[in-house]
Each structure stands twice: as C-alpha cells, then as structure tokens.
Design a protein around this ligand. Structure first.
Ligand code: IDP
Ligand code: MG
Length: 160
C-alpha cells in the first residue's frame, strides 16, 4: 500500500463498467472482468446488485424519450448486474473500445460485444461514454465506503 501513489491516482480517470443481467446469467462475469484486468486497469469497486427500476431510469435518463426505453429498463432490472468502477489512464475511451459497438453485430471481433453478443437489446456490458459520466455513474451506483483506492504492485510497469 503506497499512500503517495494512491493520492496521485485520485486525478486519474474512472469509468463505470457494468455487466448487464444477460452477462451474469450467461456466466460471462469472469471473462469480462479479466479483459479489463489484463489490459492493465485498476479495479476500485465491485459488487453484484439487483438494480431497482428508479436507479435504472436515472442511469439511462438521456434515453427516456426513446421507444425502447421501457424495454431497456425491464432488461437492466431483470436480474442481478455486476457494478464496477475501473481507474486508469485513458480508461473511459479504452473501455469503450474493449466493449465494442452498441449493436454487437457491428462490433469488431476481439471486443466483448463482438465476441460474446448478437443483439443491441442483449449487449452484455455497459461502459461510461465520458470521464464526467464516469464520475456521475460511479456516484450513482456506489455508496460512500464501497470504493477502494489502492495501488497495484504492477503500476510502475504499466505507467512510466
Ligand atoms: P452504449 O451502451 O453503447 O453506450 P447507448 O446508445 O448509450 O449505447 O444505449 C444504451 C443501451 O440501451 C445500449 O447498450 C442497449 O442496451 C440499449 N439500446 C440502445 N439502442 C437500442 C435499441 O435500438 N433497441 C434496444 N435497446 C437499445
Ligand atoms: Mg451509452
């Protein structure tokens, strides 16, 4: 545990990544988490959680007027999700690349959606689309005390 490193990491970008109910039901939790781990990002929050409707609506409030909104809320609340906060240099944009296009049929092979999903309405994982939304979403899904700031021993081998 290196307090100075943890302090400097407070400045580092964070993304809210969530394994959706289909990812949990299909047994893809380990597979998905390992892709972010292997890339070199730092896990700062992790929980299995049954999401209430109100929280799903707040999380996706920008999509409120879309015709698929009610189905989206049913989907996200249909079973437990895995909530994660990931920290690292460039994590927001990089996580979006690892996740792949919204429609899994358009997602490149090698991405999570490209490898593991077929439909937009069952695309297994969420990732924040901007650093500001990363902060907003982590604050929405995690309570105080649920996040851990820690420095991985590999940190100096990942960031010069
Ligand atoms: P993103 O998850 O790739 O950022 P957004 O456009 O932000 O995509 O949409 C959020 C989520 O809403 C998608 O991941 C998907 O689960 C769902 N969604 C988006 N568009 C559609 C659609 O046309 N039909 C059904 N579900 C959709
Ligand atoms: Mg989005």
């Amino acid at each position: 545990f290196l307090p100075h490193l943890v302090a400097s990491m407070e400045e580092v970008e964070q993304s809210y990544i969530m394994i959706k109910p289909d990812g949990v039901q299909r047994g893809l939790v380990g597979e998905i988490i390992s892709r972010f781990e292997r890339k070199g990002f730092n896990l700062t929050g992790l929980k299995l959680f049954q999401c209430p409707k109100e929280l799903a609506q707040e999380h996706y409030k920008d999509l409120q007027s879309k015709p698929f909104f009610p189905k989206l809320i049913d989907y996200i609340t249909s079973g437990p999700v895995v909530c994660m906060a990931w920290k690292g240099v460039g994590v927001v944009a990089s996580a979006r690349k690892l996740i792949g296009a919204t429609n899994p049929l358009n997602a490149e092979p090698g991405t999570i959606r490209g490898d593991l999903a077929v439909q937009t309405g069952r695309n297994v994982v969420h990732g924040s689309d901007s650093p500001d939304n990363g902060k907003r979403e982590i604050a929405l899904w995690f309570k105080e005390g649920e996040l851990c700031a820690w420095a991985a021993v590999q940190e100096p081998w990942l960031v010069e």
